[in-house]
Design a protein around this ligand. Structure first.
Ligand SMILES: [Zn+2]
Ligand SMILES: [Zn+2]
Length: 273
C-alpha cells in the first residue's frame, strides 16, 4: 500500500503545498481522503486521476478539506465520459454538500452535455453517509471509520484502511480522542494533521489562535502514536508550515515522545507499507 500525500497544506495559501488530501494506492484500488485545494493536479503528480478512484472518503466539511471536490467530480465525469460512478463516503451532511456542488456545476454540466453527443448524463455521484464505527470494503481494502473531535465542526470522521496486512490510519483535523486511538492502534502509518502549538500561541492574531482548541499539536500526535503502538507518524497539514530547514526541529519535538519513524510531509511524499 502506498500513502501519497497529495496535499500537505492548510487553509493558509502556500505556493508549495496543496490543500489537505491523501491518496491511498492499494494495488489497482485508489482511494482519496479529502479533496483540498489543487488535489487533481497533485493526483496527476502521484500517478493517479479522478477516473481511477474507487472511493473518496471525506473527514469533515471544512472548506480546506473539500473545496476541490467539484474538480474531482467534473474530471471524473469527463474522463470516464459519463459512464462511471464516483463513490463518496463521509459524515452526515456530505450528501447535501455534494448536491449543492452539483448545483454550482449546473451550467457547466449543461454546456458539456449539449456539446458532446457522447455525453448523455450528468455526473453520477453516489454518496454514502457514515456513522462512527461503520466499516465497509472498497474492493480488497477494508475501511473503518471512527468519530474524531474537532468541535464545533460536527460530525467528523477519521479512517483506518487495511490491505494485504498493512494498516494506515488517515486522521483528519482533531484533538486526541478515543476515536483516533482506535483508528491508529498498531498502525504501520498514522497520518495526522497537526499544528505547532508553541508557535501558534505566539501569534498576535486572535482568529489564528482560535485553531489551538481543535487541532492536535505535534507533541500530542507523537504521544498518541506512542500510546497506541504506531510504527510511523506522518505529519501533514502543518500550521505554520515549516521550511525544510525547520524539519529537524519538528522531528525532535515528536521524537521526545515517540520512538518510531517521524515523517514530515511534503506534497507527493510517498510512504510505502
Ligand atoms: Zn483543516
Ligand atoms: Zn478542519
Amino acid at each position: 500500500m502506498d500513502i501519497v500525500l497529495t496535499g500537505t497544506g492548510s487553509p493558509l495559501p502556500d505556493a508549495n503545498r496543496a490543500g489537505p488530501s491523501t491518496l491511498i494506492k492499494a494495488g489497482d484500488t485508489h482511494i482519496l481522503i479529502d479533496a483540498g485545494r489543487g488535489v487533481v493536479m497533485r493526483m496527476a503528480g502521484g500517478g493517479s486521476l479522478p477516473a481511477f478512484l474507487s472511493a473518496v472518503l471525506i473527514t469533515h466539511l471544512h472548506s480546506d478539506h473539500v473545496c476541490a471536490l467539484n474538480d474531482v467530480i467534473t474530471t471524473h465525469w469527463i474522463m470516464s465520459q459519463g459512464n462511471a460512478t464516483l463513490r463518496v463516503y463521509g459524515p452526515p451532511g456530505t450528501a447535501q454538500f455534494v448536491e449543492r456542488q452539483m448545483g454550482a456545476l449546473e451550467a457547466d454540466i449543461g454546456y458539456r452535455i449539449t456539446h458532446h453527443d457522447m455525453l448523455v448524463n450528468e455526473p453520477q455521484v453516489e454518496v454514502t453517509e457514515l456513522e462512527p464505527a461503520e466499516a465497509f470494503d472498497v474492493n480488497d481494502v477494508h475501511v473503518s471509520a471512527a468519530a474524531t473531535q474537532h468541535a464545533p465542526v460536527k460530525p467528523t470522521l477519521g479512517y483506518r484502511l487495511e490491505h494485504g496486512g498493512a494498516t494506515a490510519a488517515i486522521v483528519g483535523d482533531t484533538i486526541p480522542c478515543d476515536g483516533v486511538d482506535q483508528l491508529a492502534a498498531g498502525a504501520d502509518a498514522y497520518v495526522q494533521t497537526v499544528i505547532r502549538r508553541d508557535l501558534v500561541e505566539l501569534s498576535p492574531n486572535e482568529m489564528f489562535r482560535d485553531i489551538l482548541d481543535y487541532h492536535s499539536g505535534v507533541v500530542e500526535a507523537a504521544q498518541t502514536a506512542a500510546r497506541v503502538g504506531v510504527k510511523r507518524l506522518v505529519l501533514t497539514h502543518m500550521v505554520p508550515a515549516p521550511t525544510p530547514e525547520q524539519y529537524p526541529e519538528w522531528v525532535e519535538l515528536a521524537a521526545a515522545h515517540f520512538d518510531g519513524e517521524v515523517v514530515i510531509g511534503d506534497d507527493l511524499t510517498t510512504v510505502t507499507l
